[in-house]
Write a protein of this length. Sequence first.
Length: 265
Amino acid sequence: MIKRMAASLAVVTLLLIPLWAGAQSAGQTVFDQAGLFTVEECQRLETRIESLNADMDWNVYIATTSDAGGKTARDYADDFYDYGGLGRGPDYSGLLLLIDMDNREAYITTAGQAIACYTDSRIDSMLDSVTGYLKNGRYEKAAEAFLTKTGSYAASPPSQTGAAADDRIELSPVQIVLIAVSGGLLAAGGTFLGVYLKYGAKGKQSSYPFRQQSNMQMLRSEDRLVNKTLRTRHIPQDNNHHTGGGSSTHVSSSGRTHGGGGRGF
């Protein structure tokens, strides 16, 4: 009897091991497959991402790889995101930074609500911050720069025209009028002063011979087209789609829509 109970307990334990492993990895946000971070660095990044995710409507992830399996950085990042079950909510909202050591490229993929927030211009700015560190092998700094930009942009949604709110200076109507009037006065004053100094009026009537210098003679001129060469070229179709929020999108192998961009380092 005791042997049967022990055997049953062993079977149940073996069945639960995969569930425990899945539960442990369910909240994972840093996937360092290339071994670029130390254990302590991974823990620090995980803690910071946990704090970010608590304040946003989407999740953030960081992944590294040394073998993309023949895929481009974009395809690898999209597939890792989609088939890894990442994202939040029914639209799998989130973004992932992939540090691809195989293709030597950093790629940011976005999904769901994150697509509209992280526009093309914002992703370019994020890549500016990330790739500078990657070129010098400072991988944790690159990840931290990515997270800093991620939180900053999430706190300031872009305008409906796609321009980043934090990249634009807002002026009130009164300020616009004052700037226009000041500019006009400066331009008029500069012109008057230039003419005054040039002709040395100094309070006296100008003796400039405007009548003699105001003659105008119209000449006839014509251009003739002698030879004309017409060249045509095929413009390839752009598979990327553009949304009103300033984010270009594409469809991954799973059929989901992603935004994003990448850059070599």
